[in-house]
Design a protein around this ligand. Structure first.
Ligand SMILES: CC/C=C\C/C=C\C/C=C\C/C=C\C/C=C\C/C=C\C=C\C(=O)SCCNC(=O)CCNC(=O)[C@H](O)C(C)(C)COP(=O)(O)OP(=O)(O)OC[C@H]1O[C@@H](n2cnc3c(N)ncnc32)[C@H](O)[C@@H]1OP(=O)(O)O
Ligand SMILES: NC(=O)C1=CN([C@@H]2O[C@H](COP(=O)(O)OP(=O)(O)OC[C@H]3O[C@@H](n4cnc5c(N)ncnc54)[C@H](OP(=O)(O)O)[C@@H]3O)[C@@H](O)[C@H]2O)C=CC1
Length: 318
């Protein structure tokens, strides 16, 4: 019943990489006003739609992938539909020097980058027995190494000093294993693991800003339909971005929800999982590396189990 009601509210789908013919939103159109997002793989598919939604909420974007013509055409569509700036750049996430050049160019243009979306990926359906050495390596290089490379460049060039949010788009492929997807499953699992709070990003040192890893696996906060069924995807980083700091460590349903209507044709069968890798925040009173929020009523200071440990057994923090 609730799912039917939800499905009825899903806007029309859009084939190809076109902007939505109509956009209904829950949140303020200027929610991301003044912010800049750097989106790898932003010229197509999910990355394109994330760029569009961000821009519809006032964000300026950089969309970066190998094919400059593709990102240039995408950027024209995005700017026409949203009225926001979108800078198309060519990078290969396997080559750190191309990322560094693009980040320099983006900073020159916009003077800031607030959000990194690691969306670039390579994939194909192939049985493990038929994968060549280079085929497996190629997917690991683009997905896993590319995610790390881009995060590292941005961290060193900007986030270390200014804070920021890194969102990795992973997949549920590795949860149970998936035929023809050994390479992609391995690559995405590695991204998920490196997003774990125990990862190197989770704490950048005493006296400095801390980082808060956070997972979100695409479930609606009230336990409703998953992304595949309703065509919506809740981007977990919405919680981090759009909530007051206090909400960062709390239940997703106490935070502000953000529902970009991604086209249903995007999904191939494994639900994308968006995991926020890094949120740079003011210092926390809690000495454990899991919480980077310093507020008067920090959830860690409240009695009872920490709310962010509750959902789905995924490690939302250390
Ligand atoms: C990907 C799924 C596609 C269709 C799904 C259709 C139906 C779904 C049905 C059931 C669902 C089942 C499973 C779920 C599937 C997927 C969802 C889950 C998660 C993730 C999804 C995504 O990531 S979708 C994003 C996909 N987008 C892209 O891949 C765009 C970019 N891709 C590319 O550029 C190329 O495809 C590339 C990844 C190969 C990289 O290009 P390049 O660097 O130029 O590399 P090449 O030199 O061309 O190739 C390198 C080596 O790889 C070998 N190779 C390439 N293609 C294949 C292939 N199809 N099969 C086997 N091997 C392949 C190539 O031969 C090279 O190896 P050598 O040894 O020859 O050197
Ligand atoms: N579609 C689905 O059902 C699912 C998707 N995902 C994930 O969602 C994300 C987006 O996928 P989706 O929209 O489906 O696929 P797309 O193929 O549309 O997007 C992948 C993008 O990555 C870019 N890219 C590929 N290789 C590189 C590289 N070496 N350097 C820079 N950019 C690169 C491509 O652009 P270019 O060719 O110009 O480089 C393309 O824009 C991916 O991380 C994917 O794994 C996860 C689960 C399911």
């Amino acid at each position: 019943m609730a799912e039917a009601a939800m499905a009825a509210r899903v806007p029309p789908d859009e084939d190809g990489d076109e902007c939505l013919p109509q956009y209904r939103h829950l949140l303020s159109p200027d929610l991301l006003a003044g912010q800049v997002a750097f989106i790898t793989g932003g010229g197509s598919g999910i990355g394109f739609r994330i760029a569009e939604i961000f821009m519809r909420h006032g964000c300026r974007t950089v969309i970066a992938s190998r094919n400059l013509q593709r990102v240039s055409e995408a950027s024209k569509k995005l700017m026409a539909a949203t009225g926001q700036q979108c800078l198309p750049l060519s990078i290969d996430v396997r080559q750190p020097q191309t990322i560094a050049a693009a980040v320099d160019e983006a900073l020159k243009e916009f003077q800031r980058i607030d959000i990194l979306i690691n969306g670039a990926a390579g994939n194909f359906l192939c049985p493990a027995s038929a994968l060549s050495f280079n085929a497996f390596k190629t997917v690991i290089d683009i997905d896993t190494m590319g995610t790390f490379n881009t995060s590292k460049v941005l961290f060193e060039k900007y986030f270390r000093d200014h804070g920021g949010v890194i969102v990795n788009i992973t997949a549920t492929l590795s949860y149970r294993g998936q035929a023809l997807q050994v390479h992609a499953g391995a690559a995405k699992a590695a991204i998920g693991t490196s997003t774990h709070p125990a990862g190197a990003w989770s704490h950048v040192g005493p006296g400095k800003k801390r980082v808060l890893p956070k997972y979100w696996d695409g479930k609606m906060p009230w336990g409703g339909a998953s992304v595949n069924r309703c065509g919506y995807c809740m981007l977990g980083f919405g919680m981090s971005l759009f909530s007051p700091p206090r909400a960062l460590c709390s239940q997703p349903d106490s935070s502000v929800a953000f529902f970009p209507p991604l086209k249903r044709s995007c999904w191939n069968g494994s639900a994308p999982r968006f995991s926020v890798l890094l949120q740079s925040l003011p210092r926390c009173h809690d000495p454990s590396p899991c919480c980077g929020v310093g507020t008067q009523q920090h959830p860690c200071e409240q009695p009872g189990p920490r709310p962010h440990h509750r959902h789905r057994g995924l490690p939302t923090s250390g």
